[in-house]
Design a protein around this ligand. Structure first.
Ligand code: PEP
Ligand code: MN
Length: 337
């Protein structure tokens, strides 16, 4: 349920509404626009049934929110959110580029990758230290040693660090190294991990699950926010379909759908979506046109030597060309990077 206050409603009227809500053991969330304040209610709204909130001075109207996600819902927060990762904003007006190898393999490749992606225009260095591989015999990641390498490389280049965490154990270690945690497609509905990520205050990039509907994805975001961490960015990375020409099918329609249903920023990962290097640039351009707030791109100093996801990784030169080519598209979409 949301309570929409009249334009310019007095502070004391808003306070009265909030008090009425909290006195019933429910949570009130304020979203203050330039003119209008919206009070969102989380909890069993039937407890307010006899309260006649609409009679409180300053209340304009009361609407019910039928979706099960509330804090991630645009109805609770009509303005698009900007998520701050340290001093780096992700959201309206910007195209945030996150780039780097699939996996952290050694310090040297992280140093080279950091310098190259920074020079091309990225603001985040990515790289997996805990790799959720299909086969248990495939390279599983360097864990804490890898986190040390990515932190040093990012600091040397002036980049933020984003790394996937796959377990509570990984999270406990990663919080000492990363600026943003990634929850990957395979863990999107690992509800205990989502809750732990919510209890930490580190910004979270929440990838869409391989088989998840948009509704399930937004409910996963709700798990994080409802534990007290509002700093969530969504990432569309392709879903499973019958099509075999690409690794997954990039659901670009998710971008405008998310923008309509949620205030959270949404970025696109065309690397994991396609699994094919040649398709990364066209889909990156399409993602910008569709309204994405950023892109996550896999880049490797030697894609043919990569321990994982080589076929979808761009060379440094290809990444530099992609960023150069994207600038006019970003400008047309009203974004800078
Ligand atoms: C990744 O970004 O390294 C990754 C494994 O992605 P996803 O969870 O989207 O498969
Ligand atoms: Mn990968």
């Amino acid at each position: 349920m949301i309570i929409i206050m009249k334009p310019g409603a007095a502070r004391e009227n808003i306070d009265t509404v909030v008090k009425a809500i909290s006195s019933k053991g429910l949570q009130a969330h304020l979203s203050q626009g330039d003119q209008v304040t919206i009070v969102g209610v989380v909890g069993d709204k039937t407890r307010l049934m006899h309260d006649n909130l609409e009679l409180i001075p300053g209340v304009d109207k009361i609407l019910s929110v039928t979706e099960t996600y509330k804090l991630a819902n645009k109805k609770f927060h009509p303005q698009d959110s900007t998520i701050l990762v340290g001093d780096t904003p992700i959201g309206p007006g910007r195209l945030t580029m996150m780039a780097g190898p699939c996996a952290i393999e050694n310090e040297d490749m992280m140093m080279k990758s950091a310098a190259a992606v920074k020079a091309a225009g990225a603001s985040f260095l990515r790289g997996g230290a805990y790799k959720p591989r299909t086969s248990p015999y495939a390279f599983q990641g360097l864990e804490e040693e890898g986190l040390r390498y990515i932190r040093r490389a990012a600091d040397a280049a002036g980049l933020k660090v984003i790394c996937e965490i796959t377990s509570q154990r990984a999270l406990d270690t990663a919080v000492h190294y990363v600026d943003m945690m990634q929850i990957g497609a395979r863990n999107m509905q690992n509800f205990e991990l989502l809750k732990e990520a919510g209890r930490s205050r580190i910004p979270v990039l929440l990838k869409r699950g391989l088989n998840a509907t948009i509704d399930e994805w937004l409910n996963a975001a709700e798990y994080i926010i409802s534990e007290g961490n509002p700093n969530v960015v969504l990432c569309e990375r392709g879903i499973r379909t019958y099509e075999k020409a690409t690794r997954n099918t990039l659901d670009l329609s998710a971008v405008p759908v998310i923008r309509q249903k949620s205030h959270l920023p949404v970025i696109v990962d065309p690397s994991h979506a396609t699994g094919v290097r040649e398709y990364v640039a066209p889909l990156a351009r399409a993602a910008v046109a569709a309204g994405a707030d950023g892109l996550m791109i896999e880049v490797h100093p030697c894609p043919s030597c990569a321990l994982s996801d080589g076929p979808q990784s761009l060379t440094f030169e290809q990444f530099e060309a992609l960023c150069r080519e994207l600038k006019p598209y970003a400008a047309l979409a009203g974004r800078t990077f």
